[in-house]
Write a protein that binds this ligand. Structure first.
Ligand SMILES: [Zn+2]
Length: 257
């Protein structure tokens, strides 16, 4: 069974050495992980990690909506994209969860700028959205052909319905393992549009409560999806792994058993 973590933050997993994280991930059946940036500095770290673990860690570059500040960041981001080391733009998006976050106007400008970059560099986009469905959907509909994944998807079915005719995928975290999780969206989403992720070090799955989250735990999310969709875990694992490889255009061959 082969798994892939489409959204990890190894640069934030400071409690465990990267070597240990990678080894435990490989033992859990992972054949790779995206190292997702939140600003230019973490994008450079992600590239470094990808050089340390070539063919296993794949870097992204982007500016998280709560990290946006000045125009310098966008030119730094574009300079990083020009290195051709990057497999996705993100995470970027909208986050209106707290009043002290950057203004809606600034967040929207940065989000559009990054969607434009994705179009220009032919890269997929990893989207972060919190308390922002009403603002997010119309912007995404302006970019129907840009490949995008809404990470840690926890919005209602109406958001899926609005985007299903566009190049949009939906990715699920350890939240699906929590006891109050409503499985409706996963029950109804076609498997080819689903990806799985840990978002580590955040959102530790239920069975590991108290521990820091890590890529190895993506297997828990796979098992939970299998239970919700009444499919064997192997089916979920191989479908989501192949979807991730295709979505990010990764040069990975899935080993044949
Ligand atoms: Zn994240």
């Amino acid at each position: 069974m082969y798994l892939f973590d489409t959204h990890a933050h190894p640069h934030l997993c400071v409690k465990t050495p990267l070597d240990t994280l990678v080894n435990r991930a490989k033992s859990a059946g992972l054949i790779g992980m995206m190292s997702v940036a939140i600003d230019p500095a973490s994008a450079r770290e992600a590239i470094e990690h990808s050089h340390q673990y070539p063919g296993f860690i794949w870097p992204t570059a982007g500016i998280h909506p709560t990290s946006v500040s000045d125009d310098e960041q966008l030119s730094e981001l574009e300079a990083i994209l020009q290195t051709n080391d990057i497999y996705a733009i993100g995470e970027c998006g909208l986050d209106f969860y707290r009043d002290n976050h950057p203004s809606a106007g600034l967040q929207t400008d940065y989000f559009r700028a990054q969607l434009d970059l994705a179009q220009r560099y032919d890269l997929p986009v990893i989207i972060h959205s919190r308390n922002a469905d009403a603002e997010l959907v119309p912007i995404l509909l302006e970019y129907p052909n840009v490949r995008k994944v809404i990470h840690c998807f926890s919005s209602p079915w109406s958001v899926v319905e609005a985007l299903l005719d566009t190049a949009t995928w939906f990715s699920f975290t350890g939240i699906v393992t929590y006891t109050n999780y409503d499985p409706y969206v996963i029950q109804n989403l076609p498997l080819p549009r689903i990806m799985i992720e840990t978002d580590c070090p955040y959102l530790t799955p239920l069975g590991h409560r108290g521990a820091s989250n890590e890529p190895a735990f993506v297997s828990d999310i796979c098992s939970k999806l299998a239970a919700i969709k009444s499919l064997p875990p192997q089916t979920i694992a191989s479908a989501t792994t192949q979807t991730a490889i295709d979505f990010f255009k990764l040069p990975i061959e899935i080993p044949t058993p």
